[in-house]
Design a protein around this ligand. Structure first.
Ligand code: UD1
Ligand code: CA
Length: 466
């Protein structure tokens, strides 16, 4: 029979020390916010262990903002409001008060909104211990040689209890096993033991840690790597967790066959996918829902967001891609800018200082130098010369430019949209094309050249020598 569980995300705190405009659960972390991480891992934990679960966020500080963020992304999350932040035990009471059906679930998981490195693996280990040793409650702990701010674990012959730093004696403060704030509890146990939690301590708060007692059927599971539980209370810790998360991401990609030239200087967001054999140069910033195929090359300084890069494609140095698609074996850069809707066909080549927006370029198209292509369609194998511009905007509206297959567009030309150039056309260099061209046609629109012998000296000014 599947076990039932209530996962409680403690997200009522303010997080003053972060000095951000947002409540702590909404502090940015990689391409997400802090609270996204525990929600995602709880879901994995439920699935992995076939648990039937509900997720509840305890909210308080700026609760409307926190709730509106979570509900847009995770409609299944429920809420419990803790009006005043009287402590972690009070937060859990608010949870149980919010919905009586939570009392009937087999287990209760308590996780903080500000520990984004905690993963499904730790939760599963705790569940295994709870079930195999038939415990009533398990707290995740770790060793910290120089503990600061953490509750200390005081193990008894059976069971254990936790002393908060503020309330600890000098002797107790020397204890290096500390409380992570992550707990897996039998619901019946926590309900029973929450009753007696009071606020007779130095902080005057209701401590959830007081539910753990010597002599009871509770255990502290000590994890070897404390940085898993790093909580985000200030901007330095935020940087630290982001570094850890990115490092984990790169390790996972490396195992899939992605090669990094200098991994510590490569920034890759959480949702990015990269195929085997792809090489990533340093100082690259790959974010959002970017998907990169196999055997692609991303050269140094590339900034790629929400883009798709197919197998064997190449992004050359210092190119910026935002919502763009590079099909197989296409090249872009160096110094290319592919904006939203740039769809670059297989084997196409986009060169330096070329900007492309909302345009579909078919197989083998070349736009090699200094051009702007916007709201355009360019057919297979057409060659666009240096310094080409689609004049797509009339000050009010954007208009479409269509260029057919196998066209040759001479350098320093412009097309004034809306305009359509058929297949196999030739536009002479320096032309301004304002009228559509039928298939196979040639167009030239530039002033006639006049040459006057000996006349140059009239125009060349020479400085008088003193
Ligand atoms: C808590 C633990 C401590 C542990 C540490 C790990 C207690 C009493 N102490 O201390 O043993 O070592 O975490 O980081 O639990 N929150 C609410 N409502 C409240 C109070 C807190 O939702 O009334 C939330 C906070 O937003 C935060 C979490 O609970 O996400 C932990 O609270 P915090 O005040 O940071 O606890 P610590 O003092 O760090
Ligand atoms: Ca904390």
């Amino acid at each position: 029979m599947n076990m039932t569980i209530g996962a409680v995300i403690l997200a009522a705190g303010e997080g003053k020390r972060l000095k951000l405009d947002a409540p702590k659960p909404l502090a940015p972390c990689l391409d997400k916010n802090l609270v996204d991480f525990p929600i995602r891992e709880i879901q994995k934990f439920f699935t992995q262990n076939k648990l039937i679960g509900i997720k509840t966020a305890v909210i308080g500080h700026q609760k409307e903002l926190v709730q509106s963020y979570i509900s847009k992304r995770y409609p299944d999350v429920k809420y419990a409001v803790q009006e005043r932040q009287l402590g972690t035990a009070d937060a859990l009471r608010a949870y149980f008060d919010s919905d009586p059906s939570t009392h009937k679930l087999d287990y209760t998981l308590v996780i903080c909104a500000d520990t984004p490195v905690v993963s499904e693996r730790e939760l599963t280990k705790m569940l295994e211990l709870l079930q195999s040793a038939q415990m009533d409650a398990v707290a995740a702990t770790f060793q910290d040689p120089t503990p600061k701010g953490y509750g200390r674990i005081i193990r008894g012959k059976k069971g254990f209890h936790i002393v908060e730093e503020k309330d600890a004696t000098d002797e107790q403060r020397k204890i290096t096993e500390v409380n992570s704030g992550l707990y897996l509890l039998k619901t019946s146990y926590v309900l029973e033991n929450l009753k007696s939690v009071d606020s007779n301590n130095k902080s005057g708060e209701f401590y959830l840690t007081d539910i753990f007692k010597d002599g009871l059927n509770v255990d502290a599971l000590c994890f070897p790597h404390g940085n898993i539980f790093l909580g985000v209370n200030n901007l330095e810790q935020l940087e630290q967790v982001e570094t850890i998360l990115r490092k984990q991401k790169k390790m996972a990609l490396r195992e899939e066959g992605v090669r990094f030239i200098d991994a510590p200087h490569t920034y890759i967001d959480d949702d990015v996918e990269i195929g085997a054999g792809t090489v990533i140069y340093p100082n690259t910033y790959i974010t959002g829902k970017t998907k990169i195929g196999k055997n692609a090359v991303i050269e140094m300084g590339a900034q790629i967001t929400n883009s798709t890069i197919a197998d064997n494609a190449r992004v050359l140095a210092y190119s910026i891609l935002e919502g763009a698609i590079l099909h197989e074996k296409a090249h872009a850069g160096p110094f290319a800018r592919l904006r939203s809707g740039a769809d670059i066909g297989p084997e196409a080549k986009i060169g330096n200082f070329v900007e492309i927006k909302k345009s579909v370029l078919a197989r083998g198209v070349k736009v090699s130098h200094l051009s702007y292509v916007g709201d355009a369609f360019i057919g297979e194998e057409s060659n666009i010369g240096c310094g080409f511009i689609t004049c797509n905007y009339d000050g009010a509206d954007k208009h479409i430019t269509k260029i057919g297959k196998n066209c040759f567009i001479g350098s320093d030309s412009q097309t004034v949209a809306p305009v359509e150039i058929g297949d196999n056309c030739f536009v002479a260099s320096s032309s301004t094309i304002t009228k559509s061209m039928p298939e196979g046609s040639f167009a030239i629109s530039r002033g006639q050249q006049t040459t006057k012998e000996g006349m140059a000296k009239k125009f060349i000014k020479v400085k008088e020598k003193k």
